[in-house]
Design a binder for this molecule. Structure first.
Ligand SMILES: Nc1nc2c(ncn2[C@@H]2O[C@H](COP(=O)(O)OP(=O)(O)OP(=O)(O)O)[C@@H](O)[C@H]2O)c(=O)[nH]1
Ligand SMILES: [Mg+2]
Length: 457
């Protein structure tokens, strides 16, 4: 009941009606103002909104020739339908919203590769390993609270985006029903005292040296600082990414799913539906039922192309005998689990797109000299070297360990299956949104035709 009441208030406020307007000085409800003839007015409003979208579409200046040509054609067609709509004096209540979605994708034609999964499955560690440096914090306590997007850029930068008031209110409403650790942390960091400073704050863009990125990111996202509650997104520009990495492609680190701090999970669940390709990280030693449901949702969303989904079994080094037998056995189990109709749909694709990783070991190898003790334990456990092996013997197998961590393989998959084809995949998504918009126009015109026919009968 209370949910229903809250919803009604919100939607009224959203439509711009101030609910206090109808209350007179005595606090009694005044006579209701006669309702406006909504249909005519909203139809004109809708068309005006679409007009403004069309204007914005015309302003976009694409650097990419292929995009320019494609969007030029789309724009012409939309303009044609828009004038038809005016001529026939019709509208469709969904049109403006669909046009706005189309505008958004035209303004930011980006291809987003998301790393998602249960908390602490090693998403940030894996992205850092793929990027070759620890840009984002990794910890044993939940660490990633905002979407963190990496892209190639001529200059290194960190751009922090904050929640606006409406988003913040929604977030507060959703979390207040759960008395979880979020509330405790919020209180302990005295975050309420800075809420007005950060909610609705303009994005903050800081140009930094590449090696200064980590500190700048930590400044805004660390769960030890109150500011992190208000950060919606962190955008990181990296000059060090290779030329083969197009600027329109983003690698996205997401907050962990199934977090006791529910709002973090919710951010990711919503985001999953937007991502173009997904690397779903699960712990190699176990998967949980909630994960299966979420993986199913990822596949539902990718029903046009299941090969854009990968499942990464992380913490591979923690298996008792990772190299010899345990991974093979575990992989067989995962392939069987995820080759069904709601998932990859066939064994072959499941076999190919389910991979293991040990990003942690991969990162240890970068400073092998400082990590000899840990590497020695790993080598002994896996049988790569005998007990009591010398540093030289261990160094002789470092390349083998690197291969086993599978990080280079995952990087290669991103390069050959996503970076090389991203434009085709991105166009496909844009085309889908465009077709949805055009069919809304057509529906409006068809309905008008049918109504006209009925009138003449
Ligand atoms: N042994 C081992 N430890 C790992 C591996 N990957 C990550 N870790 C450790 O697991 C912990 C969590 O790693 P994160 O990368 O922060 O995990 P996350 O999924 O980003 O966590 P949230 O953002 O909080 O959901 C850290 O202590 C990492 O060092 C791995 O492959 N092997
Ligand atoms: Mg993380």
């Amino acid at each position: 009941m209370s949910d229903l009441q809250t919803d009604v208030t919100t939607s009224e406020e959203y439509n711009g009606a101030d609910v206090s307007e109808g209350i007179n000085a005595e606090g009694v409800l005044a006579e209701p103002v006669p309702a406006e003839p909504v249909t005519e007015l909203s139809m004109a409003d809708q068309r005006a909104r679409v007009d403004s979208v069309v204007d914005s579409l015309k302003q976009i200046d694409y650097d990419d020739e292929e995009l320019k040509e494609k969007f030029g054609k789309y724009l012409k067609e939309i303009e044609r339908y828009q004038s038809l709509l005016k001529l026939l004096d019709i509208g469709d209540e969904n049109l403006a919203q669909k046009a706005e979605v189309f505008l958004e994708i035209c303004e930011n034609p980006e291809f987003e590769i998301a790393f998602v999964g249960t908390i602490k499955t090693g998403k940030s560690t894996l992205i850092n390993a793929l990027l070759g440096h620890n840009y984002t914090p990794v910890d044993v306590t939940p660490e990633t609270a905002a979407l963190t997007k990496f892209r190639k850029s001529p200059q290194d930068y960190v751009k922090v985006v904050f929640y606006n008031r409406q988003e913040w209110d929604e977030l507060t409403k959703s979390k207040s029903q759960q008395a979880d650790t979020y509330n405790e942390l919020y209180k302990r960091l005295n975050a309420e005292s800075v809420v007005d400073e950060w909610v609705g704050h303009e994005p903050i863009m800081t140009e930094v040296e590449n090696l200064g990125i980590e500190a700048e990111v930590a400044k805004w996202t660390s769960s030890k600082k109150p500011e992190h509650f208000f950060v919606k997104e962190v955008n990181i520009g990296l000059s060090t990414l290779p030329e083969s990495f197009p600027e329109q492609v983003l690698l996205v680190d997401t907050p962990g799913l199934f977090d006791a701090v529910t709002y973090r999970s919710e951010i990711t669940k919503k985001y999953i539906r937007k991502a173009d390709a997904v690397f779903f990280c699960v712990d190699v030693q176990r998967t949980i039922r909630e994960e299966h449901e979420e993986i199913r949702a990822v596949f539902e969303n990718a029903s046009d192309n299941m090969s854009k989904v990968h499942i990464v079994a992380t913490h591979w080094d923690k298996l008792n005998k990772p190299i010899i037998e345990n991974w093979e056995r575990q992989k067989k189990f995962l392939v069987e689990l995820f080759s069904g109709r709601s998932f990859f749909g066939d064994m072959e694709l499941a076999q190919k797109n389910i991979m293991h990783s040990s990003a942690y070991m991969y990162n240890l190898l970068k400073d092998a000299d400082d990590n000899m003790d840990e590497l020695e334990i790993f080598c002994r456990m896996t049988g790569l070297t005998e007990r009591g092996a010398s540093d030289e013997e261990i160094k002789a197998v470092l390349d083998d360990i690197k291969g086993y961590t599978n990080v280079d393989k995952i990087r290669e998959v991103i390069k050959t299956e996503l970076l090389a084809k991203y434009k085709h995949l991105l166009f496909y998504r844009i085309e889908t949104v465009y077709q949805d918009l055009i069919s809304t126009y057509r529906r409006g015109i068809k309905e008008r035709k049918e109504a006209a026919q009925q009138n003449t009968q």
